[in-house]
Design a protein around this ligand. Sequence first.
Ligand SMILES: [Ca+2]
Length: 188
Amino acid sequence: MGNKSSLILRPEDIQHIQEETGFTPNQIERLFSRFTSLDRGDCGTLSKDDFLRIPELAINPLCDRIVHAFFIDSNDDRVNFRQFMNVLARFRPPKPNKIKLNSREDKLKFAFKMYDLDNDDLISREELLNILQMMVGENIDQEHLISIVERTIVEADRSGTGKITFDDFCNALSRTDVERKLSIIFLS
Ligand SMILES: [Ca+2]
């Protein structure tokens, strides 16, 4: 465990984060130690490069997109521990205790943002194709992927925009177990 960080986690910080995210104090301390070990510059924030050194993310085909999502609410391309924990909370497997960041709606919003690269609140054909390519790699040829994209858009597009709005997205996923699918176990 690296002790080089000059930053410390105060009991009141732990309490705030616990209320916001539902993580236990023990989990928060472990994630803090993880956070500080990723924080190479010892500056209390992480850059995108720092994130790419998380092994659980590096092996995920959606790695780039997940990292992108961590930075959506950041305006200087760095995330602090609080922001880091708020995003992690969305990846937690759902628990009966109702933590807002872990709700179905919040997970859907977060998933939507992972697709919506240009942040215009619509998922275009290109954005959908982009995600599919990351997920399937070279296993399916381009033409087949494009036809999947076309079909998905036609089926989901109730708004008639030719793109997928957040409402379309929720409708299309209404029978999917989003809560479990959008869960990544960061703690063993
Ligand atoms: Ca978009």
